[in-house]
Design a protein around this ligand. Structure first.
Ligand code: APR
Length: 256
């Protein structure tokens, strides 16, 4: 903890890179831990092309999203610690793989959501191909789609063009938005300290971002409760729970 606080203290351009593990203390399961989402659902069911091809897959996806939206998840101490670092002018932004919007709810203002967000839905067009959304531009709050499902429409379609509607997340087999990935890369490459929190760091191209920071001279801290493939590249690895590590470290640095 002393080493972490010293690194935070001596850094002026901190960038955080977060994964599902930063939200488990808010009650949201991660993907690859025991009991995680991919231990209960088959990720192959959630590829972009299967979603486009199958009304049954879309109906199951809306049912799963409805469960997610009912829960009213709240940010935890780790999200709040990163928001405090940004407010204090020490942290430039967060690059997150998460789609839960909890960084913004905690007060973070610069958040790059490289896997999109579940808090919004979008038109992806009638028959998009090769993982590329081809919608008419319609977007709405997630609640709009859930209201349609509750009114008995299991597979809401675009009110403007009749195309398919999907949450604004990046599914397996879907291309990441080039402008978002560029924004994330620029942020990562500007860091003098990259803090990777709660990610197994196995999904590309996301997991390349902490390495890009290190290649640009940044120091790297990994806060994760199990080993990751980047541990050897890190200046400091803290094996522990995100909220219990970041909360006290930021309080040590910025006061209670
Ligand atoms: N504190 C610290 N680490 C935690 C905590 C916690 N409270 N809870 C879980 N972890 C760790 C787990 O040990 C695991 O290594 O967080 C990591 C979460 O890894 P994943 O479940 O693989 O989640 P993530 O890295 O975000 O997955 C990346 O994969 O399925 C895709 O698009 C999805 O964005 C996701 C991407």
């Amino acid at each position: 903890m002393e080493e972490l606080t010293a690194l935070l203290h001596s850094s002026r351009r901190i960038v955080a890179f977060t994964g599902a593990g930063i939200s488990t203390e808010s009650g949201i399961p991660d993907f690859r831990s025991p009991g995680g989402v991919w231990t209960r659902y088959d990720p192959r069911d959630f590829t972009f092309d299967r979603y486009v091809a199958s009304a049954d897959v879309r109906e199951r996806a809306w049912r799963m999203r409805r469960e997610f939206s009912d829960a009213g998840y709240r940010p935890n101490a780790a999200h709040r610690a990163l928001a405090r670092l940004e407010e204090a002018g020490r942290l430039r932004g967060v690059v997150t793989q998460n789609i839960d919007g909890l960084h913004q709810l905690a007060g973070s203002s610069r958040v790059v959501e490289i896997h999109g967000t579940a808090r919004e839905v979008m038109c992806i067009g009638a028959a998009p191909r090769a993982g590329m959304p081809a919608g008419c531009g319609f977007t709405a709050a997630h609640e709009w789609a859930i209201a349609r499902v509750d009114d008995g429409d299991p597979d809401p379609s675009c009110p403007d063009c009749g195309g398919l509607v999907k949450s604004s997340t990046v599914s397996f087999g879907q291309v990441l938005a080039p402008d978002v990935l560029e924004d994330a890369s620029l942020l990562a490459e500007s860091a003098d300290l990259m803090v990777a929190v709660g990610s197994s760091l196995v999904v590309r191209p996301a997991a390349d971002l902490p390495l890009a920071a290190v290649q640009n001279g940044s120091r790297l801290v990994i806060v994760n409760d199990e080993p990751t493939p980047l541990d050897d590249a890190a200046d400091l690895v803290l094996r522990g729970r995100a909220g219990e590590v970041l909360g006290p470290a930021v309080e040590e640095l910025l006061g209670p």
